[in-house]
Design a protein around this ligand. Structure first.
Ligand SMILES: Cc1cc2nc3c(=O)[nH]c(=O)nc-3n(C[C@H](O)[C@H](O)[C@H](O)COP(=O)(O)O)c2cc1C
Length: 160
C-alpha cells in the first residue's frame, strides 16, 4: 500500500462528528461545505478550528467576510451533509435545498443542527494543501439528541 493510501486508511479509523461551515460574503452571498476536521482549540479565548482544502473558496470568503459559523449535524441530517459536500456548488443569496437559520451575529447556520458556534475569524494558517481556519467563538447554541458520526468512510450513529 502506498503511503498516501495508508495515510487515508489510518485516518478513516478516526471517528468524527460531521459539521457544516457556513459564511456570508459582504455582498450578501452565503456558502458552506461539509467538514469533519472541526476541533476545539482554546478555552480562553474560546477558539475552534477547521481545516479546508486550498482549492475551496471558503478560506478566501471568510477572510473577506470576517466571520463564519459551524453547525454540528444531528444524526438525521445526512441529506444536509451530502448537499454541502457536493462539488461545484456556488454561493447563493440564501439557503436553497437545505433549510437554514441566521444567528444574531448574522451568520448562516443549518436549521435543526444539534449545535452551532458563530465565530469571528481569528487567524488562518496555510499548511500543506489545506488552510487551518481558526475562529473566535462569539455565540453558541446546543440542544439534546444524537450527533451524526463519520467513520470508515461511512455515516454512523452513536450506539450506547
Ligand atoms: C463527511 C465529510 C467530511 C468532509 N470534511 C472535509 C474537511 O474537513 N475539509 C475539507 O476541505 N473538505 C471536507 N469534505 C469535502 C467537502 O465537503 C467538499 O469537497 C466540498 O463541499 C466540495 O465543494 P467545492 O467543489 O465547492 O470545493 C468533507 C466531506 C464529507 C462528506
Amino acid at each position: 500500500m502506498s503511503l498516501a493510501d495508508g495515510f487515508k486508511d489510518a485516518l478513516s479509523c478516526w471517528c468524527s462528528g460531521v459539521s457544516v461551515v457556513t459564511t456570508k460574503s459582504t455582498d450578501g452571498l452565503m456558502y458552506g461545505l461539509t467538514v469533519s476536521s472541526f476541533s476545539s482549540l482554546s478555552l480562553d479565548p474560546p477558539l475552534i478550528l477547521v481545516c479546508i482544502d486550498n482549492r475551496n473558496r471558503f478560506p478566501a470568503m471568510v477572510e473577506e467576510a470576517g466571520g463564519f459559523a459551524v453547525s454540528i449535524l444531528h444524526h438525521e441530517q445526512q441529506a444536509a451533509s451530502n448537499y454541502f459536500a457536493r462539488p461545484g456548488r456556488l454561493p447563493t443569496p440564501d439557503f436553497t435545498e437545505i433549510e437554514g437559520d441566521w444567528t444574531d451575529s448574522g451568520q448562516p447556520v443549518v436549521k435543526g443542527a444539534m449545535a452551532w458556534l458563530a465565530c469571528e475569524v481569528h487567524q488562518q494558517i496555510e499548511a500543506g494543501d489545506h488552510t487551518i481556519v481558526i475562529g473566535r467563538v462569539v455565540e453558541t447554541f446546543a440542544s439534546e439528541g444524537e450527533p451524526l458520526l463519520y467513520y470508515r468512510r461511512a455515516y454512523r450513529s452513536v450506539a450506547t
